[in-house]
Ligand binder design. Structure first.
Ligand code: URP
Ligand code: ZN
Ligand code: ZN
Ligand code: ZN
Length: 466
């Protein structure tokens, strides 16, 4: 059993900020005590980490990643090894990735495949959601088994007809099942049938550039799907979590539902908070780097997203990390924006970008920790082990330097992708040291972890409902 003391830092959780020393024993937080107190002085520790002038924060929980994900005629460029290593670099110590049910297959087959992709390769801890792409009697029954074994959330798609799409009847059935078994339905809310009509019309008119991806995937079609998903969840009596919310009109739908007291939750992602259709319109096919769905929106939408994060109409910021290289992958859509694989890299950048939001005055420090650590942990049944710093919890801890300056760039990032969505962006704040269950995986800006340290974490059901 090894012990580590983290001394002299400002410990920030979603609940409080205190100048405290943290004692870590056998991978868990053993105690917190006022910095320099007699109690803390008395601790024996095998080693001491000096956090003077730094923040001591919970490791990030990224509840939306796609590692080694076959999509758009190719596969996301980070696998579980490179993706979780980049997560560690960025101060994220738990990811929840999406296992995928293929059409005509059992959930079990998809889940087994994702376990095989991840086992022995992860640098930090990981869990799974399940994507349902074939809702039928068999897969509905299997949902109960998955919830019982710790895969307690299911993503459905109102977008991507013919690929991952479910119709309203399938969605209602899955929601009814979730209402009975405690599962949480996660919704990709975009009206994919209407969008496909607009895609066809745009291409017929010769509108093939990346920026048309943003034009056809209209905010109103996100809002319409969000509204429909909320009503279907009400009919089914199930909770609902809307993923990657990007439109102001969708935030309004969530706010209205939450004002009624409905168990409806929302997630947004750094790309919607920091990037916009200006990026999609960059010349020379550069816009392809910013193609994801829901799409980036005009800058005017950002204020509503920040407000939603402050008012708790949006609870979680995840990355939807789904990287494709510009060279050879994004390029598949030259001459036809609908063939650009959808997704952005960001698993390494989330904690820093959200700290920049603190610096910029959008959110408080505690809200930073809430939306990036505590809320995703509770939303997906990982609390109290993950997402906070509390005696008995996992010692997933980041020593964060709030004063260090850095420039985000593909030249220095650790994600396996040949561009950064935030190339050249200056941010204040940087991860210094990262403990995963007490083991240093990043130590003073060096990777000290290993593939296989990360463990699979079975999850409880959503902790916002009890
Ligand atoms: O563009 C995106 N978001 N790609 C990943 C798949 C999804 O819909 O989340
Ligand atoms: Zn042990
Ligand atoms: Zn999605
Ligand atoms: Zn996604």
């Amino acid at each position: 059993m090894t012990t580590t003391a983290i001394r002299g830092g400002l410990v920030i959780t979603a609940a409080e900020e205190t100048r405290a020393d943290v004692l870590v024993e056998d991978g868990k937080v053993a105690a917190l005590a006022a910095s320099g107190s007699a109690f803390a002085q008395g601790w024996h520790a095998d080693r001491t980490l000096d956090a003077t002038g730094k923040y001591v924060i919970p490791g990030g929980v990224d509840a939306h990643t796609h590692l080694d994900f076959p999509f758009g005629g190719t596969a996301s460029s980070d696998d579980f090894e490179s993706g979780t290593r980049a997560a560690a670099w960025g101060g994220t110590t738990t990811i929840v990735d999406f296992a995928v049910q293929s059409r005509g297959q059992a959930l079990r087959e998809g889940l087994d495949r994702w376990h095989a992709k991840a086992a022995g390769r992860c640098a930090v801890d990981y869990a799974f959601h399940m994507i349902l792409s074939d809702v039928n009697e068999g897969s509905l029954k299997e949902m109960d088994l998955l919830v019982a074994e710790g895969v307690t959330s299911f993503k459905l798609f109102m977008a991507y007809p013919g690929v991952l799409y479910s119709d309203d009847g399938q969605i209602l059935r899955a929601m009814q099942r979730a209402a009975g078994n405690g599962g949480l339905i996660m919704m990709h809310a975009e009206n994919g049938i209407a969008i496909d009509v607009l895609v066809e019309q745009a291409l017929a008119a010769g509108h093939t550039d990346p920026r048309y991806h943003g034009e056809v995937r209209k905010a109103l079609l996100e809002a319409e799907a969000t509204h429909r998903a909320i009503q279907l969840a009400r009919v089914a009596g199930s909770p609902l979590y809307v993923v990657h919310v990007s439109a102001e009109e969708s935030v309004a739908e969530l706010a209205q539902a939450r004002d009624k007291g409905l168990p409806v939750f929302g997630e947004t992602c750094p790309q919607y908070l920091f990037l916009s259709t200006d990026n999609l319109a960059e010349p020379g096919f550069e816009g392809a780097k910013y193609v994801c769905s829901t799409p980036l929106r005009p800058r005017e939408h950002q204020a509503a997203l920040w407000r939603g994060l402050r008012t708790d109409d949006l609870q979680v910021v995840s990355t939807d990390h789904c990287p494709f290289c510009f060279s050879g992958q994004k390029e598949l859509g030259r001459g036809d924006f609908s063939k650009i694989p959808n997704g952005l890299p960001g698993i390494e950048n989330r904690m820093d970008l959200l700290h920049q939001a603190v610096v910029d005055g959008h959110i408080t420090r505690r809200r930073w920790i809430e939306i990036a650590c505590a809320a995703p942990a509770r939303m997906f049944g990982l609390a109290p082990h993950k997402g906070t710093i509390t005696p008995g919890g996992d010692a997933d801890i980041v020593i964060y330097d709030p004063h260090a300056e850095q420039t985000l760039s593909a030249a220095t990032h650790h994600m396996n992708v040949d561009y950064s969505a935030y190339e050249g962006k200056r941010v204040t704040g940087r991860v210094e040291t990262v403990l995963s269950r007490g083991e240093a995986v990043i130590e003073e800006r060096k990777f000290t972890g290993r593939a296989g340290h990360g463990r699979y974490v079975p999850r409880a059901t959503c902790q916002y409902l009890t």
